[in-house]
Design a protein around this ligand. Structure first.
Ligand SMILES: Cc1cc2nc3c(=O)[nH]c(=O)nc-3n(C[C@H](O)[C@H](O)[C@H](O)COP(=O)(O)O)c2cc1C
Length: 193
């Protein structure tokens, strides 16, 4: 049976949605694996069918814009809505990973990824890191490098605050997100084989 990966995300203005779509493309690039792209709005009702997809999947990838140095309020509502599953440890031993996008180069994105890691740890899930060397950190580097923001814990992207999602995240950030999705899918296949 093929593995399945859920990308569960929030995006207020569409920038993080582009990052989420790139992550999902990366997952799907492996072929024999299902990928479900789930906005948190699809998980507002306790009996929403999307909860069944999360319960059944092999790996979850959390994604949120960084708002005020943390995951956005709608994503936090999703986090809290998982508490019944936490009680049952229903998601224990699944893989988890995460990504975030913000307006500033730094923007305190690390804190959002740390929130995701804590969520995964509370659920007994196993964290999958970015698995890419930092780019743009030498005289030969450039903003066009993969992982130009130098993350390790998950995928980061940056989008200009005065431009729409057709401008940002940049190609480098979307390529980073795609490679990250493919990495998580590879880990899911290896972990569950
Ligand atoms: C309420 C709010 C809070 C924000 N806080 C931060 C922040 O802490 N750091 C940052 O770099 N950008 C911050 N931003 C900018 C967003 O992270 C940025 O515009 C991002 O691309 C929005 O993603 P979205 O279109 O998926 O909502 C904030 C934006 C909003 C609306």
């Amino acid at each position: 049976m093929s593995q399945s990966v859920c990308v569960v995300y929030h995006s207020g203005y569409g920038h993080t949605q582009k990052q989420a779509e790139a992550v999902a493309e990366g997952v799907s690039s492996l072929g024999d694996i299902e990928c479900h792209l789930l906005p948190v709005a699809d998980l507002e009702a306790d009996d929403a069918p999307a909860w069944g997809l999360l319960d059944a999947c092999d790996a979850m990838i959390f994604g949120s814009p960084t708002y005020m140095g943390s995951a956005s309020a709608p994503f936090k509502a999703f986090m809290e809505a998982t508490s019944q599953r936490w009680m049952e440890q229903r998601w224990a031993m699944k893989l988890a990973a995460g990504f975030t996008n913000s307006g500033s180069q730094n923007g305190d994105k690390q804190n959002t990824l740390m929130q995701f890691i804590t969520l995964a740890a509370q659920h007994g899930m196993l964290w999958v890191n970015l698995n890419q060397m930092p780019g743009n950190n030498s005289t030969a580097g450039s903003v066009d490098d993969m992982n130009r923001l130098g993350a390790s814990l998950g995928a980061m992207a940056q989008s200009a605050v005065d431009a729409g999602p057709e401008v940002g995240p940049t190609k480098a950030d979307l390529d980073t997100a795609r490679a990250f999705g493919a990495h998580v899918a590879t880990c899911a296949q290896r972990w569950n084989s």
